[in-house]
Design a protein around this ligand. Structure first.
Ligand code: ATP
Ligand code: MG
Length: 595
């Protein structure tokens, strides 16, 4: 299918925003700015010293849900650009909409941004802000616009307003309220503010141009009446600013230089500039004013990046919560085991462009492997166990209880990390599919008559198996070949084609292993208007009861490992405990989905 993403390589990071910032810095566009030490109006900043930040960016989430990989992209972009160019990035909660916003989300966002490795403290100041702290200024600005004849109270019904707005082919027509005097409008605005009008009875609109080819300039709404309790300001306000009015003001009050947003705001840019220019002309905002730049959203295949959809996945019970390891939320990715470095690599590697991009999920897995390959401790685990009995053990070693000590490097290229130790005895757990009673061509592991090496242990020769009434293999039988232990002079005496992983029955530790796969079976679950519920992957979670090598009992929560032959795993940050280990598979060693 042509629309399905096919690239598995991280694309070259073109980033047009860097070009803009570099040109600005060279031209000194932002050099003369003052900063009042905190957000504020023109007078506040004028009273402060030169802004110590060469540029200011911001990450402005609405605290109405958990952040996802798309937000991570925006976080890495905004904080990363500030870092790279001697700037500061603000964390701003865009909490102007009184509904839905909750402290739980605020806390989770703070934690997520920190976890990704970013911080908003700079020059001795915490640049964590709430848009709702600017309500007083926003209202003052509204009165100033009214007094300047640049805004009016419209009391048409919503239907009338919609009908008079026109469309792409037809200019809008003026509201009968558009010609009220500034004094009438000011009085009416104050009545709105004071709760004298019902919800929806009136709105404040900018007076710009009802015939503008850009519909966003046809007298957009600035304030609406809404009796709602706000999580920060309680019941103090019954009018709330619209996002398109609030956002430019927030940027300007915070001295933002580069206001980076996603493409759907492109058509809003003329209004962004109109509003800030108007308020600067009225002496309320400091110049130079922030500038808005739009970049393409990041989408990841086989998941969905929309807070609304993610909420549906949770509330309909398709996943176990916001931090379910299959979720593309930052908390889900964290619980799954992805590292902050792997997410930053994905974000940085995808650059910034003027089109929305779809990255294949395998790119994230590739970033994870690159990060972990060099330092994740190795371990052996048997995920689908069957018992292998070494029938001549007592004969060779004098006792069935004899244990041959074995060791293996914690990391093959990092000798300084030391050795892991475990024992080989007469019974070991092996993977069920490492044995075949009737082997297919090219199968080099255990089958009657064939010899393999138990990794870091001895060579064994398969003699057969035992089965239950249903024909299922219950036990594989083999004879140990003496004097072939790895690391001893006899190790190379017997040549084998296969090496298998194993753990000793006597010292293995039982573990729950969550084997995750993609949440959806289609790369773009909602392509062509499809209901994503129809392409949920029924096998996105398989829970295995595994045997793992004894050292893993000491794993700490969130510690990551490479289980040899199986992939990268993490000790679950909620459920793991030394007496009952729980590991999540982050990803396999190779991309199992590649064509
Ligand atoms: P959603 O549609 O999932 O609710 P949103 O854009 O409404 O996302 P906000 O809380 O408003 O969520 O977003 C905070 C910031 O993150 C915004 O600047 C937004 O542009 C950016 N952002 C959100 N999703 C993506 C994405 N997929 N790629 C890049 N940036 C994103
Ligand atoms: Mg939003």
């Amino acid at each position: 299918m042509a629309s399905e993403p096919s690239s598995t390589a991280v694309p070259k990071p073109g980033n047009f925003l860097r070009g803009i910032i570099e040109r600005d810095l060279e031209a000194g566009s932002w050099a003369g700015r003052h900063f009042g030490g905190s957000p504020g109006d023109a007078a506040h900043h004028a009273a402060g010293g030169p802004d110590p930040a060469r540029i200011r960016t911001r990450f402005p989430p609405e605290p109405n849900g958990y952040l996802h990989i798309g937000h991570a992209k925006s976080i890495c972009l905004n904080f990363g650009l500030a870092q790279d160019y001697g700037g500061v990035c603000h964390l701003r909660f865009d909490d102007t909409n009184p509904e839905q916003e909750e402290q739980e989300y605020v806390d989770a966002i703070v934690e997520a941004v920190h976890w990704l490795g970013f911080d908003w403290n700079a020059h001795g100041t915490s640049h964590l802000y709430y848009a709702s702290h600017y309500f007083d200024f926003m209202y003052r600005a509204a009165e100033a616009l009214v007094q300047a004849g640049l805004a009016y109270v419209d009391e048409q019904t919503p239907e009338q307003m919609h009908a008079t707005r026109g469309d792409f082919h037809t200019p809008g027509t003026a509201s009968p309220f558009r010609s009220r005097t500034p004094a009438e409008n000011l009085a009416r605005l104050r009545e709105m503010r004071d709760g004298r009008l019902a919800d929806g009875a009136a709105v404040l609109r900018a007076r710009i141009d009802m015939a503008s080819p850009n519909i966003n300039l046809r007298d957009p709404t600035l304030y609406r009446i809404k009796r709602a309790t706000h999580h920060n300001t309680g019941d103090r306000w019954c009018i709330y600013p619209m996002y398109t009015y609030a956002h430019p003001i927030e940027d300007a009050l915070e001295n933002i230089t580069h206001s980076i947003c996603t493409l759907e705001f492109e058509d809003q840019r003329p209004f962004y500039d109109w509003l800030l220019e108007s308020l600067a002309d009225l002496g309320l905002l400091a110049r130079p004013l922030p500038r808005q730049y739009e970049f393409g959203r990041l989408n990841l295949s086989y998941v969905i990046t929309s807070k609304r959809r993610l909420r549906e996945l949770v509330t309909e019970g398709h996943v176990q919560g916001w931090d379910d390891p299959r979720m593309p939320t930052i908390f889900g990715l964290r619980r799954r085991g992805y590292t902050p470095a792997s997410i930053r690599a994905l974000a940085d590697g995808s650059g910034a462009s003027k089109t929305n991009i779809w990255l294949d999920y395998s790119v994230l897995d590739g970033c994870l492997r690159t990060d972990l390959e060099g330092h994740a401790p190795r371990a052996m685990a048997v995920l689908d166990p069957v018992r292998l009995e070494l029938t001549n053990w007592a004969e060779v070693y004098g006792s069935p209880a004899h244990v041959e000590p074995c060791h293996a490097p914690v990391h093959p290229q990092r000798p300084e990390l030391g050795q892991r130790r475990f024992g080989l005895s007469h019974e070991v757990w092996i993977e069920r599919d490492d044995f075949a009673e009737a082997p297919a061509k090219g199968f080099f592991r255990l089958f009657p008559g064939n010899k393999v090496r138990l990794k870091y242990g001895l060579v064994v020769e398969c003699t057969g198996c035992e089965k239950d009434a249903a024909g299922t293999v219950t036990r594989v039988l083999a004879r140990v070949v003496p004097d072939t232990r790895s690391g001893t002079p006899g190790a190379d005496a017997v040549k084998v084609k296969g090496t298998i992983t194993w753990v000793g029955v006597h010292d293995a530790v039982a573990a729950t292993v969550n084997l995750y796969d993609r949440l959806f079976t289609a790369a773009q679950p909602e392509a062509g208007g499809r209901d994503w519920r129809t392409v949920l992957n029924p096998d996105s979670l398989r829970v295995a009861t595994a045997w793992v090598e004894p050292a893993l009992a000491g794993a700490e929560r969130e510690q990551r490992f490479q289980f040899e032959r199986h992939g990268y795993f993490v000790a679950d940050r909620e459920a793991h405990a030394p007496e009952r280990p729980v590991f999540n598979r982050i990803t396999t060693l190779r991309d199992g989905w590649a064509a």
